[in-house]
Design a protein around this ligand. Structure first.
Ligand code: ADP
Ligand code: MG
Ligand code: ZN
Length: 183
């Protein structure tokens, strides 16, 4: 005979290059959870304050209330009473995020993570690779190549800055396909 259901949680990852609709898709999922009267907590790294301190904002101006944090240890406390946890720009958090997300899922929460899986050099970015491996559900979204119109899976930096983390917008990055991407 089977055991009874464990009411387990799970991890969903939404990844892709810049401008591919990760934040849009994250917001879509979280809004639906809110409509269904689930308790939703939304986290982003305080590093990314491009549009707003207290909202996640997509490039097409959708937005949802969020909490900007410095220390990922705060996540567990902030999400104590939530059914659903949304995390945007997850690539900017350190690898401790992986065990934190696994714990949240084990406690029965739905964890929805959006982030860049590779940086401007196309190198795996922060905790994203391991989160992709661990996740129950993975959605990879593409942008449209700004050079040729093919599906864009790469983020081309169009400035000469060389740090892995350079916060920017269309002034600094362009979505590119495999052929148009220049390393
Ligand atoms: P991400 O979080 O992946 O950076 P967003 O969800 O914030 O992306 O924004 C997606 C939106 O970006 C699209 O709906 C579109 O309005 C806009 N956009 C800008 N540049 C592009 C592009 N090259 N390809 C597709 N969408 C783009
Ligand atoms: Mg985004
Ligand atoms: Zn192209």
């Amino acid at each position: 005979m089977r055991n009874s259901p464990k009411n387990t949680g799970w991890i969903e990852v939404i990844c892709g290059p810049m401008f591919s609709g990760k934040t849009e898709e994250l917001i879509r999922r979280l809004v639906r959870a809110k409509i269904a009267k689930q308790t939703v907590t939304i986290i982003k790294p305080s590093l990314d304050n491009r549009y707003s301190e207290d909202y996640i904002v997509s490039h097409n101006q959708r937005k949802i209330k969020s909490i900007a944090i410095n220390d990922i240890k705060d996540i567990e406390k902030l999400c104590k009473d939530s059914n659903v946890v949304g995390i945007d720009e997850a690539q900017f958090f350190d690898n401790e995020l992986i065990s934190i997300c696994k714990n949240l899922a084990k406690k029965g929460k739905r964890v929805v993570i959006a982030g860049l899986e590779k940086d401007y050099k196309a190198v795996p970015f922060g905790p994203m690779p391991e989160l992709l491996v661990d996740a129950e559900f993975v959605t990879k979204v593409n942008a449209i190549c700004m050079q040729c119109g093919d599906p864009a899976n790469f983020s081309q930096r169009i400035t000469s800055e060389e740090n892995q983390v350079v916060i920017g917008e269309i002034d600094k990055y362009e979505a590119r396909c495999r052929k148009c991407f220049e390393q």
